[in-house]
Design a binder for this molecule. Structure first.
Ligand code: M6R
Length: 365
């Protein structure tokens, strides 16, 4: 049931502190400063011998795969490639031995993801699922996997499944890191940060009212750009997808610095840009990208950290999120973007939970 919320999407956005907690329950191991997973079905030797990881999925799950690439390469130093499942299934790429393939999927029923996993499994590679729906087709087809435990996601727009996918990928990165160079203290620090996450997401949700005002200001836009770098580049893609699918506004996500290679030509006073610019290694670079948009008269909405005093000077609207370590930022910065698309869709009279032309799971090619 809706439990007092107007729509499933809103309910599921607000469930995220809890769904993230559930994704972590029983999986953080303080004794060894690592993560534990019941269903990987691989021996420690097999996991230790992994030399390459392929992450595949569709739509929002493909976005979490991109976050996973940053996480696993950054924390575990294992080369990762991210593949659209629809492309991977027919592309027939050479895949080295000791490659582990993860299919990422909320429903566990997406036809392309299922086919991509079956195809790689047929060739003898180990396949695992990161999946929400228990005993779904993909969960059964894979050699093993990790469940999200996010609870049913009814809204067509994926919200809590996405943040749980990112969270599981962060724990996998910790796990793989600890079988390699990541120190005990390093593992402890990551666990501490992970434990803080549900509270940070709870705090991020308090921006709801303010996001509603921002939505009023921009709900008539016909084009919106979403820009972020590094860990927040996938957030830009995800923010844009959320807006497209439920409010039918054209939106594009880009790595912020790619702007000047083309998309900046779109900027005018009627085309808002959403910058995801929390504190971190590329903060100043993204600020410079913001200046470039401002100089061309484009309205700017910034998703920024609480203690960032300089942002107001450039951005027209600032939505504040709590500061977390960079590797967990995508899970926090996506929250206001989910809410922004929700409120804009409402203002435009769209059917938020059942957007036109879309189904909750895409079981056809
Ligand atoms: O169930 P899956 O995670 O495999 O679904 C993949 C996509 O179809 C899905 O994420 C879709 O892009 C959502 N509607 C996005 O909100």
């Amino acid at each position: 049931s809706l439990g007092g919320y107007d729509h499933y999407m809103l309910k599921e956005i607000f469930e995220q502190p809890e769904s993230i907690r559930n994704a972590m329950r029983g999986r953080l191991d303080d004794q060894d400063a690592t993560a534990v997973f019941g269903g990987l079905n691989l021996t420690p030797q097999q996991l230790r011998s992994v030399e390459r990881i392929i992450l595949t999925g569709c739509g929002t799950s493909w976005h979490s795969a991109l976050v996973g690439e940053y996480l696993i390469e950054g924390l575990a130093r294992i080369p990762v490639s991210v593949e659209y499942a629809s492309e991977l299934r027919y592309r027939n790429p050479p895949i080295e031995n000791n490659t582990l393939v993860f299919g990422i999927t909320q429903s566990g029923e997406t036809a392309d993801t299922l086919a991509a996993l079956r195809e790689t499994k047929r060739k003898g590679h180990r396949t695992l699922a990161i999946c929400n729906v228990v005993a779904s087709s993909i969960a059964q087809a894979a050699d093993g996997g990790v469940y999200l435990h996010a609870g049913p996601e009814i809204g067509v727009a994926s919200t809590k499944a996405y943040t749980s996918q990112c969270c599981v990928l962060a724990m996998l990165a910790l796990y793989f890191g600890r079988t390699r160079h990541l120190s005990f203290e390093g593992g402890q620090r990551l666990i501490e940060e992970l434990r803080r996450l549900p509270t940070a997401v709870q705090q991020a949700l308090t921006c709801d009212e303010q996001v509603r005002d921002v939505a009023k200001k921009y709900c008539d836009a016909t084009n919106v750009l979403y820009l972020g770098r590094q860990y927040n580049f996938p957030t830009a893609l995800e923010g844009a997808l959320k807006l497209k699918e439920i409010s039918y506004i054209h939106a594009e996500g880009y790595p912020a610095a790619e702007m000047k290679h083309g998309p900046i030509a779109l900027v005018d006073e009627k085309t808002p840009s959403v910058f995801i610019v929390p504190r971190g290694t590329t903060h100043d670079k993204v600020m410079a990208n913001m200046e470039e948009v401002k100089a061309r008269g484009g309205p700017i909405i910034a998703v920024a950290s609480h203690d960032d005093p300089h942002i107001e000077a450039i951005a027209d609207d600032v939505i504040r999120v709590p500061q977390v370590q960079e590797f967990l930022q995508p899970i926090v910065t996506v929250v206001p973007l989910q809410l922004l698309s929700y409120h804009i869709a409402l203002l435009r009279g769209c059917d938020v939970d059942k957007p036109r032309n879309l189904a909750k799971s895409v079981t056809v090619e």
